[in-house]
Design a protein around this ligand. Structure first.
Ligand SMILES: Nc1ncnc2c1ncn2[C@@H]1O[C@H](COP(=O)(O)OP(=O)(O)OP(=O)(O)O)[C@@H](O)[C@H]1O
Length: 223
């Protein structure tokens, strides 16, 4: 579905080294790595937002619909949630259904700044879903939320993935627990410049043990 042949990316100094990987339909990848190593840079390159990365470095993206949940909601603050969703092609009915799906039924007439952080992130997730994505990119979707809200959002994302088995996901996280809940594949980015140190598909009964064992060895397993 997607093939990465990224030669590198630097911002005055090298950040990403060569990144070679493929992403298949149904892949649920958690992308882990130390703070500041280049995870968001990699996600931006995959999404095609980084114009310094040549288009042919990400083969297949042009034929995919990509939903990107940024760290900030990036909804248009002067438009209601309904209008934000309509802007990316949702009909009135679809906007209502999407808001319902993310637990924001009845909030369509709200402006983004009238929402809590967790609600705004749900609204941004609804916007991602409005494009009917083949590939969902999530950049630390549960960061800065209280544990209850983070848990609810994680369950919501897990439910969305269950309902769309062909959708692929790449989720940046610092928490091995997210990988345990959401991932069937793990990318670990590290080094200077950063490369994928692991690209492991862990399926079947070994999933949790294999994944968490590796994460524990890096002290990333979360609580
Ligand atoms: N637009 C930019 N201009 C200059 N430097 C940048 C830019 N974007 C990212 N960087 C640098 O690239 C490096 C990687 O940043 P990036 O945000 O990708 O890391 P990250 O792994 O996502 O970090 P975190 O886990 O803290 O969110 C950092 O040193 C950052 O300062």
């Amino acid at each position: 579905m997607l093939e990465l042949r990224i030669a590198g990316r630097d911002f005055g100094q090298p950040v990403l080294g060569e990144i070679f990987a493929t992403v298949e339909r149904g892949d649920r990848i958690c992308l882990l790595g130390p703070s500041g190593i280049g995870k968001t840079t990699l996600l931006n390159a995959i999404a095609g937002l980084d114009t310094s990365v040549p288009k042919d470095a990400v083969i297949g993206r042009d034929s995919l619909r990509v939903g990107y949940l940024f760290q900030e909601h990036r909804l248009l603050p002067w438009r209601t949630l309904d209008a934000n969703l309509r802007l990316v092609g949702a009909s009135d009915h679809e906007a209502e259904t999407l808001l319902d799906q993310v637990g924001l039924s009845g909030y369509g007439h709200y402006l983004p700044d009238q929402l809590s952080l967790g609600m705004a992130r749900r609204a941004a997730l609804a916007r991602c879903l409005a494009v009917k994505p083949d590939l969902l990119l999530l950049d630390e979707p549960f960061a800065s939320l209280d544990p209850v809200m983070a848990g609810e959002l994680k369950a919501l994302v897990a439910g969305i993935l269950d309902a769309h088995p062909d959708m692929a996901m790449i989720c940046v996280t610092h928490d091995g627990g997210d990988a345990e809940t959401l991932a069937n594949r793990l990318w670990y980015l590290d080094g200077k410049p950063a490369r994928l140190q692991w690209d492991d598909s862990i399926v079947g009964p070994g999933l949790v043990d294999g994944l968490l064992g590796k994460l524990r060895s890096l002290d990333l397993a979360g609580s």
